[in-house]
Design a protein around this ligand. Structure first.
Ligand code: SF4
Length: 449
């Protein structure tokens, strides 16, 4: 059961010293209860209290980490059923499957796709996350494949999939500190797999034939002291997988049912032969609530939309995405280049900067901090008003970079032109287009006045 702020306060030393970066013990307790602070930040609490509060305030779905150092994949840690209730914490992982019975060409192509398919969007690099290495029944070939993948995709966190516990143990030992996910403990090998997971310290996937069996296996493994589990309910149809994912999330969040309080691994690669159908199934499982999806291949035409979908679903709806207030040079501008201004909502920035870049016209783009609000919203909220823009332009340093005094403002702010000219004496205000897509033509015709 989660502890309240008052219950946590009773366990604190009540020194009100502020060493936890929060002014009072009461405020710190409230933040710990809300999951905004870690109890460990108070240097005066005992290990016993840390354990008690840590367990009580842990998310209902455990956070699991695969890999080590900078090359880790973290998933789980979810606390709600719907994104708008709070936010989804850790994005669904995309893994590509390689198998020991594939030809070298096939394996090379998949590793190459894993390494090369990367996309820059809103300042983030979007890419697949993991490689799943499957044992097709030949232990030596499996071990050889693990070594090859480790060498050629050294940053990839790995999933080792085998029905042979001995092969999984050997693979985990080869990877050492680079802790892979071991897939999977079943009703037939539970004891052995529990021992291997304990010895190697790797997270362990649990695979049942049904969700009920998976819960039972998970419960047994927890009784044996295993904490880092990942659940596969065995469903291999879209309908079955979707139902299981929803039941698991509800059981963990609404009923605090511990055996299902772990992230899941799903296998769209075993649910469809057609890559487009596989991508469609994956897109459903990203929304409803897969921890990892294992794909048969990575193709730009299906991976890219999946990455964008994931970005949307796992963006915190309560925190706008912003870029830093600054002057951004685009296409190598000089003292005669046009100067544009817009807000710091990152979507606006990337759309506008993309259009300016595409125009090939060297330009200066001024980004004004509007706390992540878009142009019209920021204007309506008083965060993109003429006086604020005027003072930003003056202190930005743009006057040292250009010899003209002509500022292009977004078309939606046309009504601000006169007011802005009063705020910026000596500057001419030009009203730009309303739509960013019209910027290239506008900039090509632009002349400093
Ligand atoms: Fe209270 Fe500990 Fe924070 Fe000091 S560091 S204010 S004792 S919670």
């Amino acid at each position: 059961m989660a502890l309240t702020g008052i219950e946590i306060l009773k366990m604190l030393p009540k020194k009100n010293c502020g060493e936890c970066d929060v002014p009072t013990c009461l405020a710190f307790a409230m933040k710990v209860a809300a999951g905004q602070e870690d109890i460990g930040k108070c240097p005066y609490v005992s290990d016993e209290v840390k354990e008690k509060v840590g367990e009580a305030s842990a998310p209902p779905i455990r956070t699991i980490t695969i890999g080590s150092g900078d090359n880790t994949f973290k998933f789980g840690g979810e606390t709600c059923l719907f994104r708008h209730e709070k936010r989804f914490e850790n994005p669904t992982g995309f893994a590509v499957l390689v198998s020991s019975d594939m030809s070298d060409e096939e394996v090379n192509a998949k590793i190459s796709s894993f390494n090369s398919l990367k996309y820059e969007r809103v300042g983030l690099t979007l890419k697949a996350d993991l490689i799943a290495i499957k044992d097709a029944g030949n232990k030596d070939a499996f071990i050889g494949l693990i070594k090859k993948v480790r060498e050629e995709a050294s940053t990839a966190p790995l999933i080792l999939m085998s029905e042979d516990p001995g092969a999984l143990k050997e693979g985990a030992e080869i990877l050492g500190e680079h802790k892979p996910l071991l897939y999977a403990a079943t009703k037939d090998n539970l004891e052995q797999m529990a021992e291997i997971a304990k010895e190697t310290g790797c997270p362990l996937a649990v695979k049942g034939e049904t969700i009920g069996e998976t819960a039972k296996l998970s419960e047994t493994l927890q009784e044996k002291g295993l904490k880092d589990l990942v659940l596969d309910t065995g469903a291999r149809t879209l309908k079955g997988a979707l139902e299981d994912q929803v039941v698991m999330r509800r059981a963990a969040i609404n009923h605090k049912y511990k055996p299902l309080g772990f992230p899941s691994i799903t296998l769209p690669c075993e649910m469809a032969d057609d890559p487009l159908v596989e991508a469609m199934i994956t897109s459903v499982l990203v929304c409803k609530y897969a921890g990892i999806t294992v794909l048969s291949d990575l193709r730009g035409d299906t991976l890219f939309p999946l990455l964008l979908e994931r970005l949307n679903i796992f963006t915190d709806p309560q925190r706008p995405m912003v870029v830093q207030e600054d002057i951004y040079p685009i296409n190598g501008p000089d003292e005669n280049s046009p100067v544009l201004i817009t807000c710091n909502f990152s979507l606006t920035y990337f759309i506008v900067s993309g259009e300016v870049e595409g125009s090939k016209v060297p330009s200066w783009l001024l980004i004004k901090d509007t706390e992540g609000l878009s142009v019209l919203t920021a204007w309506a909220a008083g965060k993109f008003s003429a006086d604020l823009i005027g003072s930003f332009v003056k202190k930005s340093g743009i006057e040292d970079k250009v010899k003209h005094r002509n500022l292009i403002i977004p078309g939606y702010l046309a009504g601000m032109k006169g007011e802005l000219e009063d705020e910026l004496p000596g500057w001419t205000i030009t009203v730009g287009p309303r739509e960013a897509s019209h910027l290239p033509a506008f900039l090509r015709d632009w002349k400093a006045s």
